[in-house]
Design a protein around this ligand. Sequence first.
Ligand SMILES: [Zn+2]
Length: 294
Amino acid sequence: MKGFDSFWEIGIGLWLTLAVSPPGTGNPGLQVTVSNSSPRQGEIVVLRLNDAGVSRAAVSKREKNLPFFPSLTRKGEWLALVPFDLEDPPGDYRQDLAVVFSSGREERREIALRLEPGQFGRRELHLPAGMVHPPASKRARIAAERALLEEVFRKVSPQIKITGRFLSPFPGFQGVAFGEERILNGERRSPHGGVDCPAREGTTVAASDSGTVVLARELYFEGNTVIIDHGLGIYTMYLHLKSFQVSEGYEVRRGEVIGWVGHTGRGTGPHLHFGARILGERVDPNQLLGLSFD
Ligand SMILES: [Zn+2]
């Protein structure tokens, strides 16, 4: 139940303030707060800037740039979500923070984070042979779908579209098994990239936040799938749906019904697989549900 532990860590606000002033400048400096300087694999670190003079800011993760976005309610406050993929190697990470003020002045800061190993479970599943080793006739389809998903997650839409905290896809949603090592019919497969919650077939599934539906179609392994682009490289995904009622390109509102729980694609019974990606990195959706954008 590691996902919920980290939920509460964020929820109670373990905010740590980093160096407030650059030494020796006499400048009050930029205030940067870091939600957690030693995240675990699959966790999200939230950076906040509090300065009314900021005109734009970004932080780097590997070669990717993460733009800051304004707080939904607090003027002069900016946020960025730094994702750690569930398979990012543990160790020291240095993020470069670059800020441009409306005066034209620029400031750079280095933010040191230490990534700790995730505490993931292990599960052996027994599925019909055809789902573990799909027939040769399906290989082209599977390869095309994999490429399509990569293409979807590679895109970083420049505008943030969220309109509040991320919502659970349905009341009572308890997503488990993030990062779990999966052994399918005795063979080791890639770890579980999202969370699962069993539910009655036909349970309504709501959009966790506002955004654009960028994928709504039936995929071989994932079944009926909806993916929402929330802007700035943030995506949520809903898998194995019985059916969906949104189409690609639709601007969905936070909490709007997008489809119904089912067991299409590869799975063992009716459940919702809920996934979250930030800049392509697989993060724990329970982390996303615990974040405040105020
Ligand atoms: Zn799943």
